[in-house]
Design a protein around this ligand. Structure first.
Ligand code: UD1
Length: 361
């Protein structure tokens, strides 16, 4: 039997945690699979990319497309133009994409136009908010995928409602949690909390990077409110480059109590997350990681494509409302008192289930 060639595409920080464990499973079965990794270069800073390859033990990409930053159209178009010859030359059996970033949709379109089967990891998530580029990316990617790998029951309902074939849907679990489970002992061995002079469960971790919050004037309100929160509760805020640029553009002074730091690596960030009293975020992946770890997650968005983190996990939607930041201390108590569960199949073995499906595809 010839080996199956699986070409996986990554581009941004969250992609690495989702595809890394699948690459490891494929590499562990060299008689069955020939994995090929393409990095689009949508994220390119060492702190946004290289450190994750090192810490997650992902082999260097076989192809680097260096698309860099740009508008959604520019980024998507550049990935398509540069990926097409790679897929033509590699002739993979399957192109695997993850999540909902511009690189995800671009790669899926290239594959389907070349007649190559697409597998979408984290299929079926919906916020039902089409003003977010991610909602467009994930919905269209699902429409052109032959394998839809889901991580929660509502994802299947969403896909069926959009006329996706039931045979294409594989409920496999969460590969981002695979990474967390695989690296748990190394995460726990970090001493990031003490190294920053913090007490376990005595600080709030903050991450914000969505355009709705950080590209406009609302960011000034957020910084003011975070400054107030920080004067009663230590706050650690690793800022995404987009957020840092937003702060510089607005010219807002950082309140003295608020510690804004550079983006962190995976191990340090997860160590801080697991020791935090709560995380205040607009990220999708962090809603899942916090729920898995049982850490209250307060989400500064009007909606989430990950409702299972609200129904079973620790997530609370605050709305796109900086004025709710003063409620954080009370909400921490509320969430800590409520029963939470880890969603089914968020168990560290989702990648193995995906690879089982790829074997028989
Ligand atoms: C992208 C994804 C978003 C995801 C996020 C994870 C899309 C539409 N958005 O948003 O869904 O949650 O990644 O982080 O795909 N920049 C740097 N260095 C880098 C990368 C970016 O300085 O390595 C700066 C650039 O100024 C760039 C800006 O950040 O213009 C935004 O980067 P971009 O990749 O366009 O979008 P993200 O906000 O990172």
């Amino acid at each position: 039997m010839p080996r199956k060639k699986i070409l996986s595409v990554v581009g941004t920080r969250p992609n690495f945690m989702k595809i890394g464990p699948i690459q490891a499973e494929l590499a562990a079965q060299p008689d069955e699979f020939e994995p090929v990794l393409v990095h689009t270069g949508q994220h390119y800073d060492a702190a946004m990319s290289d450190i994750f390859f090192e810490e997650l033990g992902i082999a260097a990409p076989d192809h680097m497309l260096d698309v860099g930053s740009g508008t959604h159209t520019q980024q998507t178009a550049r990935v398509m133009e540069r990926l097409e010859p790679v897929v033509e030359a590699e002739e993979p059996d399957v192109v695997l994409v993850a999540g909902d970033v511009n690189s995800t949709l671009a790669a899926a379109l290239v594959a389907v136009q070349l007649g190559v089967a697409v597998g979408h990891v984290e299929a079926g998530l919906r916020s039902f908010d089409r003003s977010m580029p991610e909602e467009i990316n994930r919905t269209l990617t699902d429409q052109v995928s032959q394998m839809l790998f889901t991580h929660s029951p509502e994802a299947q309902d969403n896909l069926l409602a959009e006329n996706c074939s039931a045979d294409a849907i594989h409920y496999v679990g969460n590969t981002m949690i695979d990474t967390l489970v695989a690296l748990r002992s190394r995460i726990d061995a970090q001493e990031s909390v003490a190294a920053r002079g913090l007490e376990p469960n005595g600080f709030v971790l903050v991450t914000l990077h969505r355009p709705a919050l950080v590209d406009g004037p609302m960011l000034a309100d957020v910084i003011t409110q975070l400054g107030r929160l920080a004067s009663q509760f230590p706050v650690v805020f690793p800022a995404h480059p987009r957020t840092r640029k937003g702060i510089e553009r607005l010219g807002v002074a950082t309140p003295p109590a608020l510690e804004i730091v550079e983006p962190l690596g995976y191990l340090e960030f997860l160590n801080l997350l697991s020791g935090a009293a709560a995380v205040l975020t607009d990220s999708g992946g962090i809603q899942e990681e916090a729920s898995f770890l049982g850490v209250p997650c307060l989400t500064l968005r009007d909606n989430t494509e990950r409702p299972v983190t609200v129904s079973m996990g620790t997530n609370v939607l605050l709305g796109l409302r900086p004025d709710r930041i003063p409620d954080v201390p009370a909400l921490i108590e509320e969430v800590r008192a409520r029963p939470v569960q880890v969603p089914p199949l968020w168990d560290g073995s989702a990648s193995a289930r995906i690879v089982d499906v790829l074997k028989v595809f």
